[in-house]
Design a protein around this ligand. Structure first.
Ligand SMILES: NC(=O)c1ccc[n+]([C@@H]2O[C@H](COP(=O)([O-])OP(=O)(O)OC[C@H]3O[C@@H](n4cnc5c(N)ncnc54)[C@H](O)[C@@H]3O)[C@@H](O)[C@H]2O)c1
Ligand SMILES: [Zn+2]
Length: 663
């Protein structure tokens, strides 16, 4: 195929893919689509005479099906893309002496909001860039962060991104396993395509502003301040004087990406001065005064080569997707979760399908769905859940609405290994010198069956195995020995009792239980009396701990402490504690001002607790204080503002901790 033919082919593909994408059913992942655009761009650059007519790269969006078309006051454009530092340098080179703001490139859908006489007159989607759809009613009902009124009498147009927060997305998919959303961006677009606001009220979106026109021109030339004054949450903007500084901010945004509650696919550079940005003008499909720096993709497509049913520590049989290796979210992924049968059915997934794999934030990679079922060849196979346990071959039971499968055989070998690995894990006994492979070998050899068996292992016995030297054997024994101090809270976690979470273990310690035996003796009635422990959890605890009585005895005999430890209890609050009675959320990167060294967040939270604070993980109406470290996400700050929560920089709190003698 010659270049001209390839150009034609790519241009046609782009038109088809865009059409599908903007209708809400993308046929490929964004990263793959971008690669097609890049190839076309490269070919046209090399052969300017062969540029297609019309050139899809010079068009924005897609000729959408508009229900209520509204023409934009000025086009809503796409952005010029960059992936290399040199391109950032070149951008600064085009505007000597001009300061630039760098902000996250939020991955949602853009909206134009028009205010007339101080009131929201209409909200319009981007559409094909020239004409968009009127979505005023839906936006009013479904989007947070859009004020009904602004304190400016003339015409005001604010542009920005409406995103579905990751937490909203996850909660929605948990509540609707039968019709899951594929990703937050798609969900945001889908939400505003819906006709009835009430139907999708739980799909709330959040609006972040990044662009502004005012008539008459407002005196404020700084974009971020101008937007805030009007009552909007602006995308977090940082002013940079040169390309080096901008590159640092871009890197910081990329690093903080996992901590944020929304998807971003890059960083946007834009002239900080509103006048300078307008004066720079536009190209056919992008403004000259802005540049998008793209990050690695969090979603890719790959082939689902097989599904393997994995036996968990509580006997749950979970489908695990085996994938052809794919680089996504910063690592090569070969396994992903499929949750349960219902999810597989709802997403219509088959073995051999090309599936969309998502790895965003801290979530475990999961198969979000099949993008284009029309590509099937007929060689795909249905995913059939097993009738018996893949490990012990006992029949399985189905539980719950999502029809999760369980092996209830307590001596199931796979469960045994999983439970032992769990006992040795960091959250429990923390036997860090013995990894999963060794646990499996020891279980196979008959040395390990119950956690208490770890405490019978000797150096001599370990040396009887292949591929182990004296040094490692001694380290293993030492690590086992140290784990005898596990204590009530971590032992309870380590025993992997169904329905009892880490929080349950902490609550029991705080409620005054002194040992695991005391927990069993309390019975269901005694346990439900503890705050936040319900009858199901209490019953499960009593049932399983009663069954485990002999094991508890063996652990005791072998010198393992099952009594509450000081670290299991809330810290003693120092006299004159500065944070006494306050519910505190900590966000961003924390470092000790005395040494400049990074401090893990849990360590800092523990210090705050010593100063009297109750730690919470997310900002809500009951939060009293948000402590901010470096690189704080806009979402947390926006929430603090919404709930009127006091915000303090970490330096202030460190000072208080030092003054109060906490450290
Ligand atoms: N999978 C597919 O088949 C397919 C097809 C077509 C397009 N796409 C995807 O759509 C996107 C391309 O389309 P595009 O032109 O909408 O996006 P773009 O990448 O060119 O970016 C422009 C958009 O970025 C948004 N944005 C977010 N934060 C911003 C900020 N701080 N400042 C300015 N703008 C900001 C705005 O909505 C703006 O419209 C790509 O991500 C592409 O992968 C995918
Ligand atoms: Zn089994």
């Amino acid at each position: 195929m010659n270049d001209g033919e390839r150009i034609r082919e790519l241009a046609d593909q782009i038109v088809v893919l865009r059409d599908a994408y903007y209708r809400g059913s993308p046929a490929v992942a964004d990263a793959e689509y971008d690669a097609i655009e890049d190839e076309l761009r490269g070919l046209i650059e090399a052969n300017p005479g062969l540029a297609p007519e019309p050139n899809p790269l010079e068009q924005v969006g897609a000729p959408a099906v508009l229900h209520a078309p509204i023409r934009h006051s000025r086009p809503m454009l796409s952005l010029e893309k960059a992936t290399k530092p040199e391109q950032v340098v070149a951008f600064f080179g085009r505007f000597p002496g001009q300061p630039v703001v760098v902000m996250p490139k939020l991955d949602g859908l853009s909206l134009a909001l028009v205010y007339e006489g101080g009131r929201l007159a209409r909200a319009v989607t981007r559409g094909d860039g020239t004409t968009g759809d009127d979505v005023t009613m839906l936006v009013r009902a479904l989007t947070d962060g859009i004020p009904e009124r602004v304190g400016a009498p003339g015409r005001v147009e604010v542009r920005g991104e409406a995103v579905m927060l990751r937490s909203t997305f996850a909660a929605y998919n948990v509540a609707h396993p039968d019709k899951p959303l594929i990703n937050p961006r798609n969900a945001a677009a889908g939400t505003l395509r819906a006709k009835d606001p009430a139907v999708v009220a739980e799909r709330r979106l959040r609006f972040f502003a990044f662009d502004l026109d005012t008539e008459p021109d407002s005196a404020e030339t700084d974009l971020g301040r101008a937007l805030q004054t009007l009552g909007f949450t602006a995308a977090e903007m940082r002013r940079c004087a040169d390309a080096d500084e901008a590159q640092q901010v871009i890197t910081a945004i990329e690093q903080q990406r996992n901590d944020l509650d929304y998807d971003l696919d890059g960083a946007v550079l834009r002239l900080a001065d509103r006048g300078a940005y307008a004066a720079a003008g536009t190209r056919s499909s992008s403004p000259r005064g802005a540049l998008a720096f793209k990050f690695a993709a969090e979603e890719k497509t790959t082939v689902l080569s097989d599904v393997v049913w994995d036996v968990g520590k509580t006997g749950k049989i979970a489908p695990v997707a085996w994938l052809e290796p794919v680089f996504v979210g910063g690592t090569t992924v070969t396994r992903a979760t499929l949750a349960n049968q219902e999810v597989i059915r709802a997403r219509g997934i088959m073995i051999g399908d090309t599936v969309l794999v998502r790895r965003a934030g801290d979530v475990i990679p999961f198969v979000a769905g099949v993008l284009d079922a029309s590509k099937r060849t007929g060689a795909e196979r249905e995913i059939v859940p097993p009738a018996t346990c893949p490990s012990c071959e006992q029949p399985l039971t189905e539980q719950g609405n999502s029809r999760e499968l369980f092996c209830t055989n307590v001596s199931c070998p796979a469960q045994t290994v999983r439970r032992l690995i769990h006992w040795a894990s960091r959250a429990a006994a923390d036997i860090d010198a013995i990894g999963g492979v060794w646990i499996e070998r020891l279980a196979e050899a008959g040395d390990l069956e119950h956690p208490s068996d770890f405490y019978r292992l000797t150096g001599e016995r370990l040396l009887e195995f292949d591929r182990i030297g004296e040094v490692s054997a001694a380290r293993m024994v030492e690590s086992i020995d140290a784990s005898r101090q596990v204590g009530l809270r971590r032992a309870l976690i380590g025993l992997a009792i169904p329905m009892a979470s880490e929080g349950t273990a902490a609550r029991l310690c705080r409620a005054g239980f002194g040992s695991l035996e005391e927990v069993v003796e309390a019975g269901v009635d005694g346990l439900v009396a503890v705050e936040d422990i319900g009858p199901k959890v209490a019953t499960s605890l009593v049932e399983h701990l009663t069954r485990l009585r002999p094991e508890l005895e063996r652990l005791r005999e072998r010198g393992v402490s099952l009594d509450v430890r000081e670290e299991d209890l809330p810290p003693v609050v120092a006299a004159g504690a500065p944070l006494a009675g306050k519910t505190v959320v900590v966000t961003g990167a924390i470092s000790d001002p005395r040494s400049g060294e990074k401090v893990p967040r849990p360590t800092f939270q523990r210090l705050c607790e010593k100063a009297g604070a109750t730690i919470a993980s997310s900002v809500s109406a009951s939060t009293d204080l948000l402590v901010t470290g470096a690189e704080v996400g806009a979402a947390k700050l926006a929430k603090a503002e919404k709930f009127d929560v006091e915000v303090a920089d970490q330096s202030v709190i460190w000072q208080q901790l030092i003054t109060a003698g906490v450290i």
